[in-house]
Every structure is written in structure tokens, then in C-alpha cells.
Design a protein around this ligand. Structure first.
Ligand SMILES: Nc1ncnc2c1ncn2[C@@H]1O[C@H](COP(=O)(O)OP(=O)(O)OP(=O)(O)O)[C@@H](O)[C@H]1O
Ligand SMILES: [Mg+2]
Length: 410
């Protein structure tokens, strides 16, 4: 293994922190060699609220992945998630010099810069500017204007920002673990790149990453994100509802959810019963299994309904021609695709990685979609020849990120 280039991805989720380590092969394919997971601590809705606890979980997951791989990593591409993230569309325009009418990379940087001028509040930090479309002298729908001739260049972008405090604390957490941050990538972006197919990403698909603390929603179209939002509701709320409804502990509610959980009544025969351990651990009670559906279905229904209402308000529903892809831990809930289909009235599928290597049984899990996407991103960075050392911490400028994204896609 010595001499191999190592790629690492790290996702600090609300419920678990996962690290993946891969080796880069000569043909720019990757071979995943280490997978490590630890229960997250000190995280609320994807945001770090206790640095040391969060750092412990990172160190534990990375050590596990390192042990499996028999290597040590000193840096990783890290996902940025959480309720502090907000995103919106913006646009900029520049005039192209008559003397040099061919569009250069510099022109593209300038129009992207113009699109974010004055739109980011001082307490927020830019995470990505994702080019959606360029308009050259009124000609719409241009994805790569480099080398084209024109006099007026407009750029439509999707901007993802995060709270400066939350981002600083993520870097502080990583400093404690002594693992450098190669790049911060918006979790849903990484996730979409890992599990959506080319047609979906091009023609318009709704991605929902339903984790423990939040449901992260994006519409991908023209190979990039055109809409995204983070809804602070996820599997934790389902577990809480069960704990309250069945008068039991959170731990027992989580166990029942994973073992018997279901959101469609017609999957269960009416006389099936299950045993619930009550809070004092001595009392046990038999309940109809259907009761779980009665408690869980309304919550998942509510989450999908809120997502749909938001999309309607934002006039985005018509952009979704390829249906809905659900991923994250809640995607493992039986019946979730049928329920989503009823609400969105579209085709729904479960999205998970489709990795073909030796650890595919561990990796092809909807709870690892984001992490696989991070490795893809690390791979793209290697492919465009970026030096890891020059990409550490916050040094990467917004414009070089945007240009890298352009290069990745064209
Ligand atoms: N088999 C299962 N059936 C139902 N729910 C499940 C199953 N497995 C995991 N979950 C739920 O999925 C959630 C965890 O999903 P995931 O690992 O994607 O979250 P996370 O990344 O830690 O959180 P977030 O993305 O919100 O920060 C938990 O609420 C868990 O109860
Ligand atoms: Mg997650």
C-alpha cells in the first residue's frame, strides 16, 4: 500500500460520524480500503455544539477506518451539513471587452464574482457558488461559455452559505483531531453526485437525504443544484414520537423503529403483535404492530408535505421531471417510497452508492451516500491536479472553487 495516493471523506452527521479511506488507482478509479463509524456526540441538527465530544467521534471513526485500511491519513474532504446552511439563486452580469471578445476563465470568474457581490450577510460564509447557466448576448442555456465570443455575459448561480460560527467550529473540531480539511463540501452536493444518474442530474430530480436531525433537499438540473434547503426534521422526530406514543424510552423507541418500523399499514397483518419494554425495563407490554405505523406515518407524511409545499412556493415542482430519490438512514424505512409517491405524485426510488469494489457490502448503504460523494470529490480534485497541501483549510478562494466545479463538469 506504500506510495499510494490516499483519499479520505468524513461526514459528521447528527447520529453518526463516518470516515472512508480510498486508494487512488493509476486509471483514476478508487479502491475503498477503510470504513469507520462512530456514534456522533456533541452534534445537534448537524451543527457542532460540543467541540471535544465531536472531535472524539471524528477520531474514533477515522481510527477505525485507518485500522481497516492499515494506513494513516492526515487530511480529508469533509461534508458540511446542518440547519445553519442556507442557499439561494443569484445572478451577475459583465461586459466583455470589444478587443478580446472570446470568453476567458477570468471573465467566468468575474461574472461569478458579480453574482455573489453584496448578497452574503457578514455573519455568513460562502461554501459554494455553483454555476447553473450562462447567458451570452441573450442566448440562454449555455453551460460552458469558455472560448465563445460575445459582448455581455450573464451568469446564474446557486449560492450555498453557512453560519460563520458553525464553520469555524467545524475547523476547530478538525484541528483538535489534527486532520486537515482538504475541502468543505455541502453534504447534499456530495450525496447527489454519488447516487444520482446522469439523466436525473441533467433533466431534473428531487434528492432528499433524510438523516437523523434533518432532511436535506435539493433539485439537480443541468448537472448542478438549482434549489436546496435543509428541513430540521428527520429520524429523531420519528423516534421521539414513538417514545411518547408508546410511553417508552428513546433507546427502546429507536430499537423498535429499526426492527419493526414501517410507514404503510398494508404491509402488516392486523393481528401481528410486538413487545415493548417500558421505561423501568421490567414492565413489558404487547402492542399491535400496526400502532407503529399509526405513529410513524404522520411524521414522515408531514416531512414530505412540508418539502412539497416549499417546492410549490418556490415554483420548483415543474423542474422535477425524473422523480424523487430518497437516501440517508430514513430511506431504510419500509414503505417510504410508496408514501413519498403518494405525496409527490412522482416516481420515487431509494438512492444508495453503487460501488463495485471489495467493500461493496459495507459501502452500498443509503447512510453512506454523502461519504462516497466526498471521495468522488476528492478524486476530481486529484484529477484536475490540485495539490492537497494548497487546498487545506479556508485557503481555497471562492472563485477557484467555482472554476474547479466548472472544470469538473465540462
Ligand atoms: N433500518 C432503519 N429503519 C428506519 N430508520 C433507520 C434505519 N436505520 C437508520 N435509521 C434512522 O436513520 C437516521 C440516521 O440516518 P443517517 O445516518 O443518514 O443520519 P445522520 O447523517 O447521522 O444525520 P443528519 O444527516 O441528519 O445529520 C436515524 O434517525 C435512524 O434511526
Ligand atoms: Mg447525514
Amino acid at each position: 500500500m506504500k506510495g499510494e495516493i490516499l483519499l479520505a471523506g468524513l461526514d459528521i452527521g447528527t447520529s453518526k460520524t463516518n470516515a472512508l479511506i480510498a486508494e487512488l488507482r493509476g486509471d483514476y478509479s478508487i479502491d475503498i480500503v477503510g470504513v469507520g463509524s462512530a456514534p456522533s456526540r456533541g452534534i445537534k441538527r448537524g451543527v457542532i455544539i460540543d467541540l471535544d465530544q465531536a472531535a472524539d467521534a471524528v477520531s474514533e471513526s477515522v481510527s477505525k477506518a485507518e485500522r481497516m485500511a492499515g494506513v494513516q491519513i492526515d487530511s480529508a474532504v469533509v461534508a458540511i451539513n446542518g440547519s445553519h446552511i442556507s442557499s439561494f439563486n443569484s445572478q451577475g452580469v459583465i461586459a466583455i471587452s470589444k478587443d478580446h471578445p472570446d470568453i476567458t476563465e477570468d471573465d467566468i470568474s468575474k461574472v461569478i464574482e458579480a453574482a455573489q457581490a453584496g448578497v452574503i450577510a457578514p455573519d455568513r460564509e460562502l461554501i459554494h457558488i455553483l454555476p447553473r447557466e450562462f447567458i451570452l448576448d441573450g442566448q440562454k442555456g449555455i453551460l460552458d461559455p469558455l472560448g465563445m465570443a460575445g459582448s455581455r455575459l450573464e451568469g446564474k448561480v446557486h449560492i450555498v452559505t453557512g453560519s460563520s460560527t458553525a464553520i469555524q467550529n467545524l475547523f476547530k473540531c478538525m484541528e483538535i483531531t489534527e486532520i486537515e480539511v482538504d475541502e468543505l463540501i455541502f453534504g447534499n452536493l456530495a450525496c447527489g453526485n454519488a447516487i444520482l444518474n446522469k439523466t436525473e442530474k441533467e433533466l431534473g430530480v428531487l434528492l432528499i437525504d433524510m438523516g437523523a436531525g434533518s432532511s436535506d433537499v435539493s433539485i439537480f438540473i443541468n448537472d448542478n443544484i438549482a434549489y436546496s434547503s435543509i428541513l430540521p426534521l428527520g429520524g429523531i422526530q420519528v423516534t421521539n414520537d414513538l417514545a411518547i406514543g408508546l410511553k417508552t424510552t428513546i433507546e427502546e423507541a429507536e430499537r423498535l423503529k429499526i426492527k419493526y418500523g414501517n410507514v404503510l399499514e398494508n404491509y402488516i397483518s392486523p393481528d401481528e403483535v410486538i413487545e415493548v419494554t417500558k421505561g423501568d425495563k421490567l414492565a413489558k407490554e404487547k402492542i399491535p404492530k400496526k400502532l407503529l405505523v399509526d405513529i410513524m406515518e404522520p411524521r414522515i407524511h408531514e416531512i414530505f408535505s412540508i418539502i412539497k409545499e416549499e417546492l410549490e412556493r418556490s415554483n420548483c415542482l415543474n423542474n422535477i421531471t425524473q422523480g424523487v430519490v430518497i437516501t440517508g438512514g430514513c430511506a431504510l424505512l419500509p414503505g417510504i417510497t410508496d408514501l413519498a409517491g403518494k405525496i409527490f405524485k412522482m416516481n420515487v426510488r431509494i438512492g444508495k452508492p453503487d460501488y463495485q469494489g471489495a467493500l461493496s457490502d459495507l459501502v452500498n448503504d443509503p447512510r453512506l451516500s454523502t461519504e462516497i460523494g466526498l471521495l468522488d470529490y476528492a478524486l476530481k480534485q486529484e484529477a484536475v491536479g490540485s495539490s492537497k497541501r494548497s487546498r487545506k483549510k479556508k485557503g481555497t478562494s471562492v472563485f477557484s472553487k467555482a472554476i474547479n466545479w466548472l472544470r469538473d463538469f465540462f
